[in-house]
Design a binder for this molecule. Structure first.
Ligand code: SDX
Length: 428
């Protein structure tokens, strides 16, 4: 492979360096393009062909359906470690030793209390508020309760802010769910596991002893691992660009939560279940919805299908589909929604429209079925995605800051009005 790419504009040639990554991906470094060509820029709506950064955190191969966190295959991680170990791996770059892992968990537990005044903010929200909007606000509010600016150059400072947000987010999530259900805002129990504690905080009833369900603990742990990072997706790019202005970690993550809320992104897991329920209510007529998804005049999309990067099966969807089967089977649940999902998937995988566009089930297609079996309200599905993605956002923010990336400020191609004389109001 040559070391440069040559661009010719109006008969003049310009060479730009080619950079090759550790997985042999190749990028044209155009950082000098505008200066060298006296003003020419690139245009790439949605950044489908544009890399925003170099990163050593997550590798995806969309054609082969490969996903690795710091070089480890997602299939192995989902089987062999728990969510906090994956969080440590993503953020600090290596799987933790037992001592590191135990300390990490203890330090997170020590931070798993939230200022009582946060409840006053929560109380101000109507019960009808979407939990993603609440969580984004409460995460931003954490800055007010933890005003010390994080010195990203200090490993101690960064570590402390990491365990702080990993400790407090599950409390904010549980309180948000319980607020909407009119239940008391409790804490969990710092003698149990991280994922076990999330479920206990969410589901413990004030008048009954709480019994853990190991099937749910294992399923949620796996789901959080599968959602933990996904390179430069929309919400992670949001965290990076907000953080590139040297906004704090909590404020940057709050912005990422808002981006994840979108139904084309993390909000898809809620939209998938609502779609499957609509199909069920419509008599299970999957062919009607397939036709709607293919109709250019119909805004309906088959939620949970398609992906910007995966043009093969999303490896996470494969694992989640097996986990959904396992959870429902272990619980003895016959869920017609899962049957509709499977027949929709089968039809789509045989339909030329989907096959030509390489539209496969993505991470959001099956996850909602497990959350529903666990009794998690549909509106909370994307919040569960946010808990999972939190370590990825932290890792990407930390990498961006430690690499001293410049503030993100894209260019544009102006296509508006050219210079025109001002018109007085009585002449308009
Ligand atoms: C996530 O980026 C990440 O990594 C995200 C994520 C993560 O972990 O962070 O993986 C999480 O966001 C998964 C995606 C969840 N979203 C959905 O399931 C929503 C439904 N899917 C789509 O809206 C869509 O597939 C996207 C947004 C996911 C990707 O859109 P792209 O890459 O911009 O593709 P596109 O919109 O240009 O579509 C290409 C073609 C179009 O048809 P043509 O104009 O070529 O005829 O495919 C069609 C689209 O109309 N198409 C669909 C479709 N998705 C794409 N048609 C019907 N149903 C769909 N779901």
């Amino acid at each position: 492979m040559s070391k440069t790419a040559t661009l010719e504009i109006d008969g003049k040639k310009y060479d730009f360096p080619l950079i090759t990554g550790t997985e042999n991906e190749v990028a044209i470094d155009i950082s000098n393009l505008r200066a060298a060509t006296e003003g020419v820029i690139t245009l790439d709506s949605g950044f489908k062909n544009t890399g925003s950064c170099e990163s050593a955190i997550t590798f995806l191969d969309g054609e082969k359906g490969i996903l690795r966190y710091r070089g480890y295959a997602i299939e192995e991680l989902a089987q062999k470690v728990d969510f906090l170990e994956v969080a440590y791996l993503l953020i600090f770059g290596e799987l933790p030793t037992k001592e590191q892992n135990d300390k990490f968990h203890d330090d997170i537990r020590a931070q798993s209390v939230v200022d009582e005044d946060v409840k006053k903010i929560l109380e101000a929200f109507p019960k009808t508020a979407h939990p993603m909007g609440i969580i984004s606000s409460l995460t931003s509010a954490l800055t007010a309760f933890n005003p010390s600016v994080v010195n990203v150059e200090s490993d101690v400072d960064m570590y402390n802010s990491v365990v702080k947000i990993l400790g407090k987010m599950p409390v904010l999530v549980a309180w948000t769910m319980r607020k909407k259900q009119g239940l008391p805002l409790d804490y969990g129990d710092d003698s149990i596991g991280y994922v076990e504690n999330i479920l206990k905080m969410m589901f413990k009833k004030p008048n009954a002893e709480y019994k853990q369900n190991q099937i749910f603990i294992d399923a949620l742990d796996k789901l959080l691992i599968l959602h933990a990072d996904h390179e430069q997706n929309c919400s992670t790019s949001t965290v990076r660009i907000v953080g590139s202005a040297h906004a704090g970690l909590f404020a940057s993550i709050s912005a990422g939560i808002s981006a994840l809320w979108g139904p084309l992104h993390g909000g898809a897991n809620q939209a998938v279940l609502e779609m499957l329920q609509a199909i069920e209510a419509d008599g299970g007529d999957t062919k009607k919805y397939m036709a709607k998804a293919k109709d250019k005049n119909d805004p309906f999309r088959l939620m949970g299908f398609g992906h910007r990067v995966y043009k093969n099966f999303d490896p996470r969807a494969k694992i989640i589909k097996q986990a959904a089967d396992q959870v429902l089977n272990d619980l003895g649940i016959e869920d017609p929604i899962l049957d509709i999902a499977k027949s929709l998937e089968k039809e789509a995988l045989e339909d030329p429209y989907f096959v030509e566009r390489k539209l496969y089930p993505n991470v959001d297609f099956y996850s909602g079925i497990i959350y529903r079996a666990m009794g998690i309200p549909t509106e909370m599905f994307t919040v569960m995605f946010a808990i999972g993605r939190l370590p990825g956002w932290i890792a990407q923010y930390r990498e961006m800051r430690l690499r001293k990336e410049p503030i993100g400020r894209p260019r544009q191609l102006y296509t508006g009005a050219t210079l025109r004389p001002f018109v007085e109001v009585d002449k308009r």
